[in-house]
Ligand binder design. Structure first.
Ligand code: FE2
Ligand code: FE2
Length: 297
């Protein structure tokens, strides 16, 4: 059997449709975000995102995971535009989204907050996070670290209930011989982002991973490529972050990139290969930036 091929992208920060912000938003966090967008918006380019999506399409992975920040202010208009964009990527069931802090700025209560993303969160939307999607020999475990925060913060939190469910799920999925990919927006490794942007209950997540393990953790939020590891029960758990899918060359952060992750089927000879694809600085055409094997230590 060929390997399962997963495309990981993050932080597309789709351009806000005109008129996204209403009068009522002027006194909310959205107004501050709008000011930040005016400062930072030039860092993102929809044409680059379109080229990245075309590159993914050409390589036809089995599944696409998106670790959050599809929007900027999480307005109704932005979410509608994001739904249209998501629908254009792949049929439902082949794209999984973990919301980011920009997708949960303000809004309805806990149960309703992520309802518009439902079709891209899970196969069974009635369940709570973490959602699990099993595709061939891979279990995609979708955590949600997005919470509304004070205006000057971009912190994340998983919460006790979600963490307790994760601790129950991980051993079951391992017992089924599945390759467990945990996805969330905020980096779980301390220091990858500043305290102002950090995962507040990262320590609790790291304890669960140390006890129950996972084969791979994917995140976004940092807008940087980050390869690290966390202790697992029988070795290290690789942790992989990817830059924004729409970042220009020469901006504050590295340019756009996506990762193609190939996961072989045989658990006795597990091979995981990562190919980084990004736009050439000269031509803008997408090319392979590097390819390496992830090895459990
Ligand atoms: Fe972001
Ligand atoms: Fe973020």
């Amino acid at each position: 059997m060929p390997p399962f091929r997963l495309a990981h992208i993050s932080d597309p920060h789709l351009p806000p449709p005109k008129g996204s912000l209403g009068l009522g938003d002027l006194v909310s966090k959205r107004a501050l975000s709008a000011m930040a967008w005016r400062r930072k918006g030039g860092q993102h380019d929809k044409a680059i995102l379109d080229a990245l999506v075309a590159d993914i399409g050409a390589r036809a992975p089995d599944h696409i995971v998106i670790t959050g920040d599809l929007t900027n202010f999480s307005t109704v208009q932005e979410i509608a535009a994001a739904q249209t964009w998501l629908s254009s990527l792949r049929p439902l069931g082949q794209v999984t989204v973990s919301p980011g802090n920009h997708d949960a700025l303000v809004g309805p209560d806990e149960t309703q907050r992520f309802a518009p993303w439902g079709a891209w969160l899970a196969d069974d939307e009635t369940l709570a996070f973490p959602h699990v999607r099993v595709r061939r020999h891979v279990a995609i475990i979708n955590l949600c670290s997005a919470v509304p925060t004070a205006p000057w913060l971009a912190t994340g939190r998983l919460g006790e209930d979600q963490l307790a469910r994760l601790a129950r799920l991980l051993p079951d999925l391992a017992a089924r011989g599945l390759f467990r990919v945990v996805m969330l927006h905020h980096p779980p490794i301390p220091g990858v982002v500043s305290a102002r942007k950090a995962l507040e209950d990262g320590e609790a997540l790291r304890k669960i991973l140390a006890a129950d393990g996972a084969e791979l953790v994917l995140h976004g939020h940092a807008h940087e490529a980050a390869l690290g590891a966390l202790p697992g029960p029988s070795g290290l758990v690789p942790v992989l972050g990817v830059p924004s899918a729409s970042a220009r060359h020469g901006g504050r952060h590295p340019p756009a990139r996506w990762h193609e992750i190939e996961i072989s089927q045989d658990p006795d000879d597990r091979q995981v290969w990562v190919t980084a694809r990004g736009p050439s600085a000269l031509t803008g055409a997408f090319e392979t930036l590097g390819r390496y094997r992830l090895t459990a230590v």
